[in-house]
Design a binder for this molecule. Structure first.
Ligand SMILES: Cc1cc2nc3c(=O)[nH]c(=O)nc-3n(C[C@H](O)[C@H](O)[C@H](O)COP(=O)(O)O)c2cc1C
Length: 193
């Protein structure tokens, strides 16, 4: 019986006008078109304190950490649009990964990540489109047992790249981002068949 791939999609930015939020929406549409069920979330709706081992020991996982963990557990794959800050991952994305990676009693290690598949993209007003940050995001996810798709997309000059309806001006780039979402859906379906 073929399964319906379930994909959790989000950007590593909380900014209202985030280019990465626009980008991940396009990939999410591509995944849906390929048959996936996609949950698109905004990390702004899940504010978390900076990870602090003393806070965790005292209070356990914050309620938004629990909500995010439940979302990760309920999906087979991740679509992440990760902005680049100082050549690397944003604090909000790393902090989310750190909290979600923490085991709770009775849970297998890295339960939220082990065996998941991820598609990565980035957008930046800069000439490299956030490509350097993706190197770090890829390494982090790989080290916590996520299978990261080889293809990724970095949208340069993001301040000029989008139409007002949220699509990309370059039709080839639009198709490539949709294609990344579609590829994620297809790989999950094949791995789970
Ligand atoms: C602290 C900080 C560091 C940044 N460092 C980089 C960088 O190294 N490379 C880059 O291309 N853009 C960098 N930028 C610019 C971001 O790409 C830009 O703010 C982008 O709009 C962030 O993504 P968003 O639109 O999804 O929020 C930086 C921005 C901030 C706030």
């Amino acid at each position: 019986m073929p399964i319906t791939p379930k994909v959790l999609a989000f950007a590593g930015s909380t900014r209202t006008d985030s280019y990465n939020k626009r980008l991940v929406k396009i990939a999410a549409a591509g995944a849906r078109a390929a048959g996936a069920e996609v949950t698109l979330i905004d990390l702004r709706d899940f504010p978390l304190p900076l990870f602090d081992g003393d806070l965790e020991a005292r209070e356990g996982l914050p309620p938004n950490g629990r909500k995010l963990k439940d979302l990760f557990l309920a999906h087979h794959g991740l679509l992440i649009a990760a902005p680049e800050y100082n050549s690397s991952i944003t604090a909000v994305l790393k902090n989310t990964i750190d909290w979600v990676s923490r085991p709770v009693p009775g849970e297998a290690p890295l339960a939220c990540f082990n065996g998941k598949v991820a598609g990565l993209m980035s957008a930046s007003p800069g000439a490299l489109g956030g490509l350097r940050g993706l190197v770090h995001v890829r390494a982090i996810l790989g080290n916590i047992k996520v299978l990261v798709l080889p293809d990724q997309i970095a949208v340069a000059k993001a301040n000029e790249a989008f139409n007002s309806d949220g699509s990309l001006k370059d039709p080839n780039q639009q198709a490539a981002v949709e294609g990344l979402g579609g590829e994620l859906a297809r790989v999950i379906a094949r791995l789970r068949a």
